[in-house]
Design a binder for this molecule. Structure first.
Ligand code: ARG
Length: 466
């Protein structure tokens, strides 16, 4: 057996006398998916090499040679010239092997004071950090579209629902701004998650730290990590940050899915509240009349895989003994898949929403139906000194009468109303129009145009902040 040079051998070749079985190689390889970590792996390695040079563990010349080799490899990968080989298992081995091919034996010094265990934890944190920034930007774009639509529809009435039954009239702008609030919580949640992602695990070594005089704080500075992991064993086995990221994504997807469901309902003939732009709808191969809300349906449907990825990672981690176990290699695909899915949702939703035409006539007509002013009619009686419980009872009887006679509350004559309760005065007719019902809701966070336009102004200020 040829003992030198080491090129072509496994990283653990010294201990082994037989080659790895082909099936084992393909079963354990992660290069097909972890190649996506390449830019982060290289960035982490460059910072590590610089630190080794600064601490005198490598000479300055060695560190510089390694850094420029890594920079060349980064270019090769970016240009698509890098050759991936399943026999080399993962992205870390690929980069290191290529480095040794390029700069010779000194390349083997890069892994000094480091293990793939702390290395891969770092790579994933760098990946998630970048994903969070992109997702938070995407959420902001969606919020901006929502605010712009709300501004246009500050005077559009629609039915507000509970139990999917018409409940009280409200402004379309108010309804849209409810989604702004949900998305704002998402954006804040991701920012909170980022604090826990932003902890440097490098320096933990395989699990227990290293005997070499390394300086993790310097690596943290180079990679813009505000903190360094406090416990090396936790550093290599912790994937809480990824679970938290996937949870944030799951909650965001749930919000998107609720919006998507409303768009699906509203695009139906039964609701008829929106008209989708042709550019964001699809047709049927058999029914020529169809215009389907497939984008909204898929946003709703893809939420399933986003939930699945969270449960998948939680299940991988459940009962895993400390510290690193190879099971942890399975953390990457759920994170990648969720990031891709969420980013695609956030790419397509803003332009789709922007192109939606709200059918104001249908919404306003619906807002005037369904006795949604019944609460206000009871409130009217309260203003005339009737106890609310009694007022509720009186209005209940009036509604029952209207249901039987097919009339609307606001169409009843004063004389008819007085048969139910003598305190009704001529001012009642103005009191129970849908507009009046909406505009009286001046309580904080209520649907009156005054409160909603304040909410819109506040939202615009919020969107200025990072
Ligand atoms: N591909 C591995 C992963 O993703 C890298 C770390 C491997 N470490 C080890 N000791 N086998 O987790």
């Amino acid at each position: 057996m040829k003992e030198w040079p080491l090129a072509g051998k496994k990283a653990w070749g010294g201990r082994f006398s037989t080659d790895t079985h082909k099936q084992v190689e393909s079963f354990t390889a992660s290069i097909d998916f972890d190649r996506r970590l390449a830019p982060h792996d290289i960035a982490g390695s460059i910072a590590h090499a610089r630190m080794l040079g600064k601490c005198g563990i490598l000479t300055k010349a060695e560190a510089e040679k390694i850094v420029s080799g890594l920079e060349e490899i980064r270019e090769e990968i970016a240009r698509g010239e890098f050759r991936f080989d399943p026999g080399l298992e993962d992205i870390h081995m690929h980069v290191e092997r290529r480095l040794t091919d390029k700069i010779g034996e000194v390349g083997g010094k890069l892994h000094t004071g480091r293990s793939r265990n702390d290395q891969v934890a770092l790579d994933l944190r760098l990946y998630v950090r970048e994903a969070i920034t992109a997702i938070r930007d995407g959420i902001r774009t969606l919020q901006k579209v929502i605010v712009s639509k709300a501004e246009v529809h500050l005077n559009t009435l629609m039915p507000g629902y509970t139990h999917l039954q018409r409940a009280q009239p409200m402004l379309l702008a108010h309804h849209l701004m409810a989604y702004f609030e949900m998305l704002q919580r998402d954006r804040e949640r991701f920012a909170g998650c980022l604090v826990r992602v932003n902890v440097l695990p490098l320096g933990a070594g395989a699990l227990a730290g290293t005997t070499l005089p390394i300086d993790p704080a310097y690596v943290a500075k180079l990679l813009a990590f505000p903190t360094v992991a406090a416990n090396s064993e936790d550093a290599v086995s912790d994937r809480d940050f990824a679970v938290e990221f996937l949870s944030c994504c799951a909650i965001l997807a749930m919000h998107i899915s609720r919006l998507a469901e409303e768009l699906v309902l509203w695009a139906s003939a039964e609701f008829g509240f929106i008209e989708l732009s042709d550019a964001f709808a699809t047709g049927s191969s058999i029914m020529p009349q169809k215009k389907n809300p497939d984008v909204a349906e898929l946003a709703r449907g893809k939420t399933g895989r986003v939930y699945g990825n969270l449960v998948s990672l939680l299940t991988i981690l459940k009962g895993l003994p400390l510290s690193y176990n190879r099971d942890l290699q399975e953390d990457k695909e759920p994170v990648f898949d969720t990031t891709d899915t969420i980013r695609r949702m956030l790419d397509v939703l803003p332009p789709m929403l922007l192109a939606i035409k709200f059918r104001v006539d249908r919404m306003q007509a619906a807002a005037a139906e369904g006795f949604m002013n019944a609460t206000d009619l009871a409130d009217y009686l309260v203003t005339k000194g009737i106890a609310f419980r009694e007022a509720h009872e009186i209005v209940g009887r009036i509604v029952r009468y209207c249901v039987e006679s097919g009339e609307r509350l606001e169409a009843l004559s004063l004389a008819r109303l007085r048969e139910f309760c003598p305190v009704f005065k001529p001012d009642v007719s103005k009191y129970i129009t849908a507009e009046a019902c909406v505009e009286r809701r001046l309580s904080p966070g209520g649907t009156s145009s005054r409160r909603v336009s304040e909410a819109i102004q506040q939202a615009k200020r919020t969107l200025q902040r990072p």
